[in-house]
Design a protein around this ligand. Structure first.
Ligand SMILES: Nc1ncnc2c1ncn2[C@@H]1O[C@H](COP(=O)(O)OP(=O)(O)O)[C@@H](O)[C@H]1O
Ligand SMILES: [Mg+2]
Length: 308
């Protein structure tokens, strides 16, 4: 395999340096050799890099043993490992299979969901909601044995404390964090069993296979109450399909998830509010400017109608 065959796009380098700083720089230096090693070890041919990379390097390839596959690797960090572990736990249930994993190098070889039509490209609202609610209901698992998955509550506390300390976010957002904490206390008081959540279950991480089954890819893997799985899906539903500030549509979406998960409309609204709060803190940590908070703040204000 000629190492020049797999390009490392310039904008991918920039993102890695912005998000991971010195660790990212060190990893980028090693990436060409790592790819070459993995391609040789896993006997891959016909390797092509995905055009829209974010913080992971994704390449499509053919494997003699497994057929069409995806090689995914990234800067070793907790989320990469918890994501790998979550897919291994799902074991192909509503998800792409993991064929090989190299934990030391933070790399895995997965089933390629093919043709891989994204739920984001499904124009019908009812169909999108049906897929989202079914997956949110069925995917989460109870983990009985000791594990290393992060806890939602710990992630939330860490991110909120950092946002408060660093003072980059507008007061209007910071004041929402106390309410988010109160809403999480309310969810905890319901005393639901904690489950392994996908944690990033949105329409670009849900792909359709040739048999018409929708499968998830790219979990973050975290432990929390089942209702929290609704948050990431609905945030993206509203953001991508023009739902921000639309009270009627918001109600419809909340009710669909409330029905599927056996929770109240208020609980699902709280889960969404929490996800806006947490994911916005993470966007700031990744170097985004405070303007990214405008949309979350607008929809958090809409959600106040359901949680005040
Ligand atoms: N198993 C897979 N099958 C088919 N396409 C995939 C698979 N894994 C990733 N992809 C493609 O690569 C894109 C990015 O992969 P993803 O694992 O979601 O990484 P990121 O962390 O960058 O979002 C996906 O949106 C999808 O188009
Ligand atoms: Mg993804």
């Amino acid at each position: 395999m000629n190492r020049n065959a797999l390009p490392i796009p310039e904008n991918f380098r920039d993102t890695i340096l912005r998000c991971f700083k010195a660790d990212g720089e060190a990893w980028l230096k090693k990436l060409p050799d790592l790819l070459e090693t993995l391609i040789r070890r896993w006997e891959l041919t016909d390797c092509r890099v995905e055009k829209n990379l974010s913080i992971h390097y994704i390449c499509y390839a053919h494997s003699q043993r497994y057929g069409d596959v995806v090689l995914k690797t990234g800067v070793p960090h907790l989320e990469l490992y918890s994501g790998m572990d979550a897919l291994i736990y799902y074991n192909g249930r509503y998800s792409c299979r993991v064929y090989e994993a190299d934990r030391e190098h933070g790399a895995m070889l997965m089933e390629r969901v093919s043709p891989g039509t994204r739920l984001r490209d499904e124009a019908d609202f009812q169909k999108r909601i049906k897929v989202g609610t079914e997956l949110a209901e069925k995917l989460p698992l109870v983990i009985h044995e000791p594990h290393n998955f992060p806890l939602f509550q710990a992630q939330m506390e860490k991110a909120f404390n950092r946002a408060r300390r660093e003072g980059c976010a507008p007061d209007a957002f910071i004041s929402m964090l106390s309410l988010a904490e109160k809403l999480y206390e309310e969810i905890k008081s319901l005393d639901r069993q904690k489950v392994l959540l996908h944690g990033d279950m949105h329409h670009e991480n849900i792909l359709k296979d040739a048999a018409g089954n929708w499968k998830v890819i790219d979990p973050q893997g975290r432990i929390g109450e089942h209702c929290l799985e609704a948050g990431r899906f609905l945030l993206n539903e509203w953001g991508w399909f023009d739902g921000i500030g639309d009270l009627k549509l918001t109600t419809k979406c909340l009710d669909a998830f409330a029905d599927a998960l056996g929770e109240s409309r208020r609980t699902i609204a709280s889960a969404c509010f929490l996800d806006y709060a947490l994911s916005s803190c993470w966007s700031l940590e990744d170097g985004s400017s405070p303007e990214v908070l405008e949309e979350p703040l607008r929809q958090m204000t809409t959600l106040l109608e359901f949680v005040k």
